[in-house]
Ligand binder design. Structure first.
Ligand code: SF4
Ligand code: SF4
Ligand code: SF4
Length: 296
């Protein structure tokens, strides 16, 4: 059993064909621009949307920890002593409060995934495990992938690669395609992400030597990690991999920022949508320096 933050159906950007993406909750990294901040913590959390709240006070009536208070300034939700029991979410009539994180078993997840098997069969799709960080849920990830393979599903794992090799190697026969994040060149990585990239790159090269098929997924934020040197690093890395199938550029978008507000987290990063010309320049630059397909 593990905590699942979301299951997204009919996804078309996380591997080939139509896919179901299972987001596992918990990641050892805390990227400043993370689009899925609700997947960073390994614990259940609560979304609270003040704009939806109609001040009915039902949440206050059921909360055992007195987390909900009402006064002149409206509804004050203090999460300090929250147990994540979920009682307030079940009485809220407008879904202003929602639990993030469902404990699920392998059969429960597999049942939801297999419900769409007909779409996978027609499109060449399947299951994508994402997060958070699937490799940080190693036992669950291995068992789920194994069950998916028994059901003849195509499988992808989206990963930061920040995990011991012992959590990558046993998955090799179970993963058809790895969606491998490359976030910054070595000289910037520790400053931006908080950890050096040695382990991530070492795992990627070992995976490639072992025959693992990969897509590089590169989040790009203008002015932060899109210098010519940073793009050249991506191109040279791509050129060094035998089993890389393509590069996906992932321009920053601010849609994840509202999630931080609903989680009660400070907004610690903001950048605007990336102009189309900038995206095209990135793509053209990379296409001049590598023979690998580059997608945006
Ligand atoms: S590795 Fe991915 S899920 Fe984890 S914090 Fe970074 S962007 Fe978010
Ligand atoms: S989840 Fe439970 S403890 Fe937390 S605010 Fe709601 S009712 Fe209170
Ligand atoms: S139950 Fe929902 S709508 Fe009512 S006060 Fe609490 S958060 Fe607001």
């Amino acid at each position: 059993m593990t905590l699942v933050s979301d299951i997204e159906k009919f996804a078309v950007h996380d591997g080939p064909g139509i896919r179901t993406v299972v987001f596992l909750k918990g990641c050892p990294l805390a990227c400043r621009w993370c689009h899925n901040p609700e997947s960073q913590s390994f614990a259940a959390e609560l979304y609270y949307d003040d704009a939806k709240c109609m001040r009915c006070r039902r949440c206050a009536a059921v909360c055992p920890r007195k987390c909900h208070a009402f006064g002149e300034n409206g509804h004050h939700f203090d999460r300090t002593w929250c147990l994540h029991c979920g009682r307030c979410t079940t009485v809220c009539p407008v879904n202003a409060l929602e639990m993030v994180g469902r404990e699920m078993t392998i059969p429960q997840v597999l049942e939801e995934v297999l419900a769409d098997q007909v779409f996978y069969d027609h499109s060449g799709g399947g299951l994508t495990l994402s997060g958070g960080e699937p490799l940080a849920h190693f036992d669950f990830t291995r068992e789920l992938l194994s069950a998916a393979k028994n059901a003849k599903l195509h499988t992808c794992v989206e990963t930061s690669g920040f995990a011991p090799w012992e959590h990558v190697e046993p998955l090799l026969p179970l993963v058809d395609l790895w969606l491998w994040d490359i976030k910054a060149p070595p000289e910037l990585h520790e400053r931006l992400i908080g950890v050096p990239d040695d382990l991530i790159l070492e795992n990627l090269h070992r995976l490639d030597v072992a025959g693992g098929r990969t897509v590089l997924r590169c989040p790009l934020i203008p002015g932060l990690n899109d210098s010519e040197a940073a793009l050249l690093f991506i191109a040279e890395l791509a050129n060094s991999l035998k089993h890389l199938t393509r590069i996906d550029l992932e321009p920053y978008h601010p849609l994840g920022e509202s999630k931080n507000a609903r989680l009660g987290k400070e907004r610690f990063f903001h950048a605007p949508f990336v102009p189309e010309t900038t995206k095209t320049n990135w793509q053209e630059f990379l296409m001049r320096h590598t023979h690998i397909e580059v997608h945006i």
